[in-house]
Design a protein around this ligand. Structure first.
Ligand code: ZN
Length: 445
């Protein structure tokens, strides 16, 4: 990829000044975004895009309420300023300002006095995790409610409470952010992250941080593919983007949905609906040679926005690369998915893995051996001994033979790496040396 130095490892913090590790900078960004009450529409989403725009210049798109998008309609815009439950003494016993998860996301406005017995059906808690606040939404049914820990709920005395949700649900817009890097070709790699969750770190802020820093790492490189980064509200955002771009979605050759990339668990790849797309093979190759445990899942029509990208009308080659998948860590969709749960080293490792996958896609070319009748003599071309101060390993020598043998215009470098059981960069390096020696030509597909 452009031969540029790998930028993972150090960089600027989200706030600009100090040199910190990339992982720490990602974590800083998550901490800054954490308190904001995001939703599938509204000012919290916009403010989050503004913060990301300090790292990459996002283009903000606004789609009006009521716009038909395939079988869906862009919903009303939701904004919230304050919400609380006050006891008879006037104390805020549940306070939206203390945690954005306290409000049932998309709650309609209310301000009234209510008996605890009537309030109870509108209170959501987790009896099995009594210290945690759950995350609940009601996007498509107009109602209101609060989320609180079971301990808070148990501590509410009988009697009357003042409830207030100072929100608006009105015609407005659905907002999303887009960042495009033009490469040599119009063929695109899609990186998509949902950005609609409020104060939750692994499930969605980690994806936003990874997409931001990945885009920043790529934007000044010489690239073969064009890259499209989407920061969208989950489900309705992907549906909206696809509806507005249905005619040009064909350009997406490879894609990854980013989420849950900051927890300490192992990497998990969920294959695209196609199952054997180049992106599937590329990710699995990188994970296989990573020296770390990992797992691979088959596609299923559940999960994140790969559901939309892989719907049969599009069937794009889009998989999802995460650490512990959604719903499989106990902190998922609770207040325990906080800034302590996501870790700088895990974020950085996830980013490096994504970069490795993209570097593989960039370099995965097909060649023809220009001297295919018996082996060409490598010694006289300086390819078979230590030359110019560079000593090549036996694996490097072996890789030359593999590339020469399989460079028949039919095998990509990834095919060769898989067949030879070698890491992709070793095979890529062999191809570069053979190309320089005039023994290969690239087949443009
Ligand atoms: Zn979620």
């Amino acid at each position: 990829m452009g031969g540029g130095k790998r930028s993972a490892g150090e960089g600027k913090s989200a706030t600009g000044a100090d040199t910190v590790s990339i992982g720490q900078a990602m974590h800083d960004l998550i901490r800054e975004l954490y308190p904001i009450c995001r939703s599938i529409t509204g000012e919290g989403f916009r403010r989050s895009l503004e913060i990301v725009s300090r790292i990459i210049p996002l283009v903000r798109q606004e789609v009006p309420t009521g716009t038909p998008v395939f079988d869906w309609t862009v919903p009303k815009e939701w904004n919230i300023r304050d919400a609380y439950i006050k006891d008879s003494a006037g104390n805020r016993v549940v306070d939206f300002n203390a945690h954005s998860l306290h409000i049932l996301n998309y709650s309609i406005p209310v301000h009234e006095r209510i008996k605890l017995a009537e309030l109870r059906p509108r209170l959501y808690a987790l009896p099995e995790k009594p210290d945690l606040i759950p995350y609940r939404t009601s996007y498509y049914k107009e109602t209101w409610g609060f989320c609180l820990s079971q301990r808070q709920l148990d501590s509410l005395a009988d009697g009357e409470y003042e409830v207030c949700v100072d929100s608006t649900l009105a015609d407005g817009h659905l907002t999303y952010g887009e960042f495009f890097i033009k490469g040599e070709t119009d063929q695109e790699v899609l990186i998509s992250c949902h950005s609609c969750h409020p104060s939750l770190c692994n499930d969605n802020l980690s994806g936003m941080a990874l997409a931001s820093f990945l885009a920043a790492a790529l934007k000044d490189r010489h690239l073969r593919y064009s890259y499209r980064f989407l920061f969208i509200p989950g489900a309705i955002g992907a549906v909206t983007w696809l509806a507005r771009n249905a005619e040009r979605a064909w350009a997406i050759r490879h894609g990854l949905v980013v989420a849950c990339v900051g927890d300490p668990g192992n990497m998990t790849y969920k294959k695209s609906r196609r199952g054997d797309a180049e992106i599937d093979r590329a990710v699995i190759h990188v994970l296989k040679h990573s020296g770390r445990p990992y797992s691979v899942r088959e596609f299923s029509p559940y999960g994140y926005d790969e559901r939309q990208y892989c719907s049969p009308g599009f069937n794009l080659a889009v998989g999802s690369l995460s650490r512990t998948p959604h719903g499989e860590f106990p902190e998922y969709h609770t207040s325990a998915d906080n800034t302590d749960f996501v870790r700088a080293d895990a974020l950085e490792h996830s980013l490096e893995t994504y970069l490795e996958v993209l570097e593989l896609l960039e370099a995965n070319r097909t060649y023809r051996n220009l001297s295919p009748h018996c082996e060409p003599q490598l010694g006289k071309r300086g390819l078979y001994s230590s030359m110019g101060g560079y000593t090549h390993s036996p694996e490097d020598q072996m890789a030359l033979l593999w590339v020469l043998n399989l460079a028949d215009g039919e095998h990509s470098l990834l095919d060769m790496a898989e067949r030879a059981g070698m890491k992709f960069p070793v095979v890529k390096y062999a191809a570069e040396r053979l190309l320089k020696a005039g023994l290969l030509e690239e087949i443009r597909t």
